[in-house]
Write a protein that binds this ligand. Structure first.
Ligand code: NDP
Ligand SMILES: O=C(O)C1=N[C@H](C(=O)O)C[C@H](O)C1
Length: 252
């Protein structure tokens, strides 16, 4: 019989964590060796011999979780939001001391979302204006979403590289927030609405035309194939991979 990959889930009592526990438990070639909640000690990861840790917790906890796992020779798949440039730099430094470890930080595990961000990045240099609207369930603790931040950063980088000037905008704002949050010059608007799961629209505009790239996650099942792809792949990709697109062949 072939070896089973030993997988632990952090944040196991949360929405995503509970779904990941089920998905890993049912996946071929994987064994769920720990499902840890907020009150559990990270030492349990060592005790159960976890090889891959899936972090689906909260922005305030994820960095310490990843650090513990890397320092103890485990690979990590991170879905938790909150990984800003400072945290990523610190993680890169840690990984330099643990070159055998792999960490995937995936702002969004849904294939359609990964593709939507990819297409939006491709479109970015062809339009005068671009704005992002992200729409989520009202229990989400952070705003803007990690997906919107990443999408805005990639679009901004593509526009900078192509020498595209700032989008035209003559607004003299009288109310704070009326134009959303500016992420590298791109307005990002966050909607929190009962009944929603996770949705995003990237709006592009030129004189006389518009393009809208929209993705919808209608349930948490949309994220699970990406979580499992991450778990299966992270051990073969040492170092930091930012975005599930790093494990896909989007240009092929
Ligand atoms: N990458 C992706 O595709 C997706 C990412 N996400 C992200 O995943 C994260 C979790 O989302 P979601 O499941 O909806 O959130 P939930 O609030 O449902 O779950 C978060 C879990 O984290 C636990 N937790 C809270 N504080 C700590 C702590 N200090 N240490 C360890 N665990 C802690 C909570 O435990 P307790 O229940 O005891 O409070 C809870 O079970 C968010 O950052 C979200 O943005 C969400 C969906 C998709
Ligand atoms: O909290 C959520 O629900 C989600 N969080 C991630 C994010 O912040 O982008 C991914 C997805 O949008 C769902």
């Amino acid at each position: 019989m072939s070896e089973m990959l030993k997988v632990a889930v952090l944040g196991a009592n949360g929405r995503m964590g509970a779904a990941a526990v089920d998905a890993v438990g049912e996946a071929a070639g994987m064994e769920l060796v720990a499902a840890l909640g907020r009150a559990d000690s990270l030492e349990m990861l060592r005790d159960c011999g976890a090889e891959v840790v899936v972090d689906l917790t909260v922005p305030s906890a994820t960095e310490a979780n990843v650090r513990f796992a890397v320092e103890h020779g485990m690979d990590v798949v991170v879905g938790t939001s909150g990984w800003d440039a400072v945290r990523l730099e610190s993680l890169q430094a840690l990984l330099a001391d643990h070159p055998e470890s792999g960490v995937l930080i995936a702002p969004n595990f849904a294939l359609g979302s990964v593709l939507a961000t990819h297409f939006a990045t491709k479109a970015a240099k062809y339009f005068d204006s671009v704005e992002i609207i992200e729409l989520h369930h009202p229990a989400k603790v952070d705003a803007p979403s990690g997906t919107a931040l990443r999408t805005a950063e990639l679009i901004a980088a593509a526009r900078r590289a192509a020498g595209v000037p700032a989008a035209p905008d003559a607004t003299e704002t009288e109310l704070d927030g009326a134009r959303g949050a500016s992420v590298e010059g791109i307005p990002v608007h966050s909607v929190r609405l009962a009944g929603l799961v996770a949705h995003q629209e990237v709006l592009f505009g030129n004189a006389g035309e518009g393009l809208k790239i929209r993705h919808d996650s209608f349930n948490l099942g949309s994220f699970m194939p990406g979580v499992l792809l991450g778990v299966r792949t992270v051990g073969t990709r040492p170092g930091l991979t930012l975005g599930l697109d790093g494990y896909l062949d989007l240009e092929g």
